[in-house]
Design a protein around this ligand. Sequence first.
Ligand SMILES: C[S@@+](CC[C@H](N)C(=O)[O-])C[C@H]1O[C@@H](n2cnc3c(N)ncnc32)[C@H](O)[C@@H]1O
Length: 259
Amino acid sequence: MKADVEHVIESLLSKGVVVRKDRDLDYMLEVISYNKPLYQLEEVWKGYIILQDKASAMVVEALEPSEHDTILDMAAAPGVKDTLIMQLTNNSARIIAVDVSLERLKRAKKVMRMYGIDLSKIELVNMDSTRLQLSRAVDKVLIDAPCSSSGAIGKDPAIKIHLKDESWVGRFLSLQEAMIRRALYLGNKPYIVYAVCSILPFEGEEQISKLSSTVEVLKPRIPGSPGYSSYGPLARKFKRFYPHIHFTQGFFISKFRRV
Ligand SMILES: C[S@@+](CC[C@H](N)C(=O)[O-])C[C@H]1O[C@@H](n2cnc3c(N)ncnc32)[C@H](O)[C@@H]1O
């Protein structure tokens, strides 16, 4: 919202940050080399650039936000994806941003302000979104669900320790299912994008394929690989991103609506 891509490239290069334009997303730059922590860059704290994984941006692309949309985000903090939604819609979309963590929501508000987001268009709601009831219709729903983060092991290898604990992973499965079910029962059958930063099929393909006849699954119009082939023809309607293929975090992305 605050800066022009070409100017940012110039100013980063002048500081020794080697970047190149992403081939799919014209607003995204890939950092090729830099020997200091990126978050210390002036461009970050001035709100000119945001550090985001490409697969995470693809979740927003799958939602195809448009200027007149009202979007419900059921797991919104710290607001990185909502910031991108507002960027892509020229600060015009409306977002109901729900998160159970007040601390993280406060951070989301700070993040959005820092990046020049029109906060009058955002309703920040601190609650458990599995209990959410809405009195008005929304056009689209984003569920960037809490998950095992097994797709982010490259960034944080300590995640492997948690993955050995089945009950820890299991907690996320029921929460993800409850969020999906709540979104499905919203009145006007909005499009839902459900995504997890996970390589585990239980948190991805499994969560959607078990909804079978109650949903129409749509193939997101984004690059990426299909879902795991053991889920049959449905797998081709899912998207997966992998560190070793796409140089992103591991992500599962799906799009569907109630029939
Ligand atoms: C993967 S993070 C979301 C990241 C966010 N979409 C972004 O791009 O910045 C998952 C979020 O879900 C929230 N969360 C966990 N359980 C929740 C619940 N029952 N209701 C609402 N939010 C929940 C967590 O507090 C966390 O902020």
